[in-house]
Design a protein around this ligand. Structure first.
Ligand code: NAD
Ligand code: MG
Length: 387
C-alpha cells in the first residue's frame, strides 16, 4: 500500500485528490490529512479514509477537531508546527495543496523525507524554486507538477531534450473579466471576480485568474520548475481552456496538451507517474467542440503579466515578495479596502519599495530568508493599503 498525505485536503485540489484515492481505496494508506477552518469536512474525510492523523492549521480549532474525531482512532493536531510534524511522517506521495506561501514549509519538509511531492501549491515554486529543487535533489525526492499547465509541459517534455525547447506557451482562460470593457474593471466586486468561466477552483485562485495574477505566478513557476529562459515563456488567452500548454521545439514542432478542464487529470498523472492509469475524466469530442480560439494576453488589461516579467528578470527573492504582496492585496480586495485594479498597483509598489532596500531580493534562498521577505512584503502592502 502506498502511504499518502494531503496538505489542504479540504480544498478544491484536496477534494479532487481524495476522489481519486477513494476509487482505489485498498491501494492507499492515508497518513495525514490537513485543513483549515472546515473542521467538519476534515473530520469526515479523516474518518472515511481511516487516516492516522488530521491537522487543522488553526490552533483555536483543536478542541473542535478532537471532538469531531472522538472514538475514530484518528489523532488530532493543530497549528503550523503540527503541519510540519505531519510532513515529517514517512509517506510515499504527498499532495501539496494548501493555498498561499503557507504551503511552502510543509512541502519542503516532505521533500526532506525523500517523498514524491505532487505540487499544486505554485507559490512554493514562485517563492523558493531553487530551494525546492535543491531539497528534492539532496534528499532523493521528486517534485511532480499539478498545476494543469505545468503538468501539460512536463508531459510534453517526456523523452525530450530541454536544449531543443524553443518556446513554452502557457494558456489562460482570461478569467471572469476577459470580455469586460476596461473602464468597468474599477467597479468589479469580489463576488464577480470569484466566478470562473471554465474551472471550478478555490476562491483565491479564481480571483487570481480574473486579475491574471494566477497566470503571472504560473509564468514564474514555469521558469523555476523547468529552468527555462524567461524569453522563451509566453502566455496566450485561450477562452475554452482545452489546451493547457504547448511546447515548441527547434524543429518547429509544437506539442499541445489538450483535454477538458478537470484537475483530476493533472492530479491523477502525478499520482500514478511514471505510469498512465485510467482516469475518470471526460473524453474530448473534437467534432462537438468545433473550434479553439486564441487572443493576445494584454498587459494593459492584466498588468500582473508585466510584473511577472520583472520578477523573472530580477530573480532571487523577488518571487517571494511578489507573491506575498499579491496575497495581502487580495485580502485587501476581499475586505473591500482596495478596488480590483489596485491589486496590481499595490504589488508593483511593494516590489519597488522592497527592491530599493538592499539585502532583501538578493539574500540567499533559504526558508528563513523567504519567510522574512514574505513578511516584509505583507507589512509594506498593509502600509500602502492603509495610507
Ligand atoms: P482552496 O482554497 O480550495 O483550498 C485550500 C486548502 O488550504 C484548504 O484545505 C484550506 O483549509 C487550506 N489552507 C488555507 N490557508 C491555510 C494556511 N494558512 N495554512 C494551512 N492550510 C491552509 O484552494 P485550491 O483551489 O484547492 O488551491 C490550492 C493550491 O493549488 C493553490 O496553491 C492553488 O494555486 C493551486 N491550484 C489549484 C487549482 C484548482 O483547480 N483549484 C489548480 C491549479 C493550482
Ligand atoms: Mg494553472
Amino acid at each position: 500500500m502506498r502511504r499518502i498525505t494531503i496538505f489542504g485536503a479540504t480544498g478544491s485540489i484536496g477534494q479532487n485528490t481524495l476522489d481519486l484515492i477513494d476509487r482505489d481505496r485498498d491501494a492507499y494508506q492515508v497518513v495525514a490529512l490537513t485543513g483549515g477552518q472546515n473542521i467538519d469536512q476534515l473530520a469526515k474525510d479523516a474518518r472515511h479514509f481511516n487516516a492516522e492523523l488530521a491537522v487543522t492549521a488553526d490552533p483555536n480549532r483543536l478542541a473542535e477537531l478532537r471532538e469531531a474525531l472522538s472514538g475514530s482512532g484518528v489523532d488530532a493536531a493543530a497549528g503550523p508546527d503540527a503541519l510540519i510534524e505531519a510532513a515529517a511522517r514517512p509517506a510515499d506521495w504527498v499532495m501539496s495543496s494548501i493555498v498561499g506561501s503557507a504551503g511552502l514549509a510543509p512541502g519542503l519538509r516532505a521533500l526532506e523525507n525523500g517523498a514524491a511531492l505532487a505540487l499544486a501549491n505554485k507559490e512554493s515554486m514562485v517563492c523558493a524554486g531553487a530551494l525546492m529543487l535543491r531539497t528534492a535533489k539532496t534528499h532523493g525526492g521528486t517534485i511532480l507538477p499539478v498545476d494543469s499547465e505545468h503538468s501539460a509541459v512536463f508531459q510534453a517534455l517526456i523523452g525530450e531534450d530541454l536544449d531543443a525547447v524553443e518556446r513554452v506557451v502557457i494558456t489562460a482562460s482570461g478569467g471572469a473579466f476577459r470580455d469586460w470593457p476596461l473602464e468597468d474593471l474599477a467597479k468589479a466586486t469580489p463576488e464577480q471576480a470569484a466566478t470562473h468561466p471554465n474551472w471550478d477552483m478555490g476562491q483565491r485562485i479564481t480571483i487570481d485568474s480574473a486579475s491574471m495574477f494566477n497566470k503571472a505566478l504560473e509564468l514564474i513557476e514555469t521558469k523555476e520548475f523547468f529552468q527555462i529562459d524567461p524569453a522563451k515563456i509566453e502566455a496566450v488567452v485561450h477562452p475554452e481552456s482545452m489546451i493547457h500548454a504547448l511546447v515548441g521545439f527547434r524543429d518547429g514542432a509544437l506539442m499541445a496538451h489538450v483535454g477538458p478542464p478537470d484537475m483530476r487529470h493533472a492530479i491523477g498523472f502525478a499520482l500514478h507517474y511514471p505510469d498512465r492509469k485510467t482516469l475518470p475524466v471526460e473524453r474530448l469530442d473534437l467534432v462537438a467542440l468545433g473550434q479553439l480560439t486564441f487572443r493576445p494576453a494584454d498587459e494593459v488589461r492584466w498588468p500582473a503579466l508585466r510584473l511577472a516579467r520583472d520578477v523573472m528578470a530580477a530573480g532571487g527573492l523577488s518571487g517571494a515578495v511578489f507573491n506575498a504582496a499579491k496575497e495581502r492585496a487580495l485580502d485587501g480586495f476581499l475586505d473591500r479596502r482596495i478596488g480590483f485594479q489596485q491589486i496590481a498597483e499595490v504589488v508593483e509598489e511593494v516590489l519597488s519599495r522592497v527592491s530599493a532596500q538592499p539585502g532583501h531580493i538578493d539574500a540567499p534562498i533559504t526558508l528563513d530568508n523567504v519567510m522574512h521577505a514574505d513578511h516584509l512584503a505583507r507589512v509594506r502592502a498593509d502600509e500602502i493599503m492603509n495610507k
